[in-house]
Design a protein around this ligand. Structure first.
Ligand code: HGY
Ligand code: MN
Ligand code: MN
Length: 415
């Protein structure tokens, strides 16, 4: 068994090499189908080959490392993976840890010479965050056979559509359907990921078993008023879109705060037009991100937000428009996989801690294809989507060791 220390330091080195691949010198930005994605994909492909895997890349840019289990024969495949893309000004571990863990686990198993009776694919997805195009999980959707072709028409901030970006990346959109795994050929999907929250650190344990992943609604909201002179329009005559939007931002917060901890709501981006110091804003656009483990709670919150917003803006003579541009249902992780991950954690001498995921993950999409599960890794202060994000080499080593044990004992679940 590769020792935890060695696994952890290898993981740290690989994470650092990936973190050096960024579109910007001062912060980590690696967006889907960009030259940085290409460089990261090539680096990962080299690691996969060195670990004894055959490497391919599908029509949506997912890098796939394939190992056939050490002996011949058509068998089910265990899929292990996570994403290479990042948010803006990202941490190093969100995504890459799951790709690196899968590669290190296969590398160990190939070197052990064990025949497992099932194959393993390590998947490096290209677009989980949705940082470039207004859709997330597009590449795992391709693997899961759930890709929505309307996504191809979505454009990035420069007006480049996904279809065009794929063409420039050398892909053939006609081959996207062939990227889908056949459900009967896949036993499970497992993702190793930093927790992105404080629970494991508070509990003093390095690993956690994810019970389920929250459902998400992402909305664009436009508040429309009337631009005017900041000095000459009396307060009573104003239709100030930004003042109205400010009330709606607080409404999002209030709906979430009043949910008794069952819902979180975030306004992550807001822009006022025309955006000059001496002009009353005529239009404001902002985003809303609502999440809950219970899809009814989330849907009710969207309805409540819209109903209350219309009443609020009416008193100000404003209009408001809502557009839901991303919806993902909550998923429960497969109990048998959770127990197998728990057994692997216990075998390493750590207590089993179960927790839910407030973040979305590719595992949420892969659950449409096959039983899916996640292994969470403690991260310092629960900080993520922030360059201060940190997972220790020891915790990463324990995570890879747990994944190796999970894989070595996965045989009965692969039938
Ligand atoms: O937003 C999320 O939960 C994930 O990091 N994309
Ligand atoms: Mn993320
Ligand atoms: Mn992630």
């Amino acid at each position: 068994m590769s020792d935890v220390g060695e696994l952890g330091s290898r993981a740290e080195q690989m994470i650092a090499q990936l973190a050096a691949i960024s579109a910007e010198p001062g912060r980590l930005v690696r967006l889907y189908l960009t030259p940085e994605h290409r460089r990261a994909a090539d680096l990962v492909a080299g690691w996969m080959r060195a670990a004894g895997m055959a490497v391919s890349e599908d029509a949506l840019g997912t890098v796939r490392g394939r190992w056939d289990g050490g002996d011949a024969g058509p068998r089910k495949r265990l899929l292990i993976g996570s994403h290479l893309d990042t948010v803006l000004d990202a941490g190093k571990y969100d995504g890459p840890l799951g790709v690196v863990a899968g590669i290190l686990a296969v590398d160990h198993i190939v070197r052990s010479g064990k025949a497992l009776g099932f194959g393993i694919d390590v998947l490096a997805f290209g677009d989980e965050e949705g940082s470039r195009f207004p859709a997330t999980l597009a590449t795992s959707a391709g693997c899961a056979g759930a890709f929505d072709t309307a996504t191809l028409r979505l454009a990035d901030g420069d007006g480049v559509t996904l279809a065009e970006a794929l063409r420039r990346y050398g892909k053939d959109v006609g081959a996207i359907p062939a990227a889908a795994y056949r459900p009967e050929g896949v036993a499970a999907f497992v993702e190793v990921h930093i927790e992105q929250g404080p629970a494991l650190e508070v509990r003093g344990v390095p690993l956690g078993v994810v019970t389920g992943i929250v459902g998400q609604s992402r909305l664009r909201v436009a508040v429309i008023g009337e631009a005017g002179h900041a000095g000459t329009v009396a307060m009573t005559y104003r239709r100030d879109a930004l003042a109205g939007a400010a009330e709606l931002v607080l409404l999002v917060e209030r709906i979430a705060r009043d949910s008794g901890g069952t819902l979180v709501g975030t306004v992550g981006r807001i822009a006022a037009q025309p955006g000059a110091v001496n002009i009353i804003p005529g239009r404001v656009d902002f985003t809303v991100d609502l999440r809950a483990m219970d899809d009814d709670v989330r849907h009710d919150a969207v309805a409540q937000l819209q109903a209350q917003a219309w009443r609020l803006v009416e008193t100000r003579g404003l209009q408001v428009e809502f557009e839901t541009f991303h919806e993902e249902a909550a998923v429960q992780c497969a109990p048998a996989l959770r127990d197998a991950l728990g057994a692997a954690i216990s075998a390493l001498g750590y207590p089993r801690v179960d927790l839910r995921s407030g973040a979305g993950h590719d595992a949420q999409m892969m659950a449409k294809l096959c039983p899916s599960a996640m292994l969470f890794v403690r991260c310092k202060g629960g900080i993520s989507h922030n360059p201060a994000e940190y997972a220790s080499p020891d915790d990463m080593g324990v995570a890879v060791a747990a994944l190796i044990r999970f894989v070595e004992n996965f045989g009965p679940l692969a039938q």
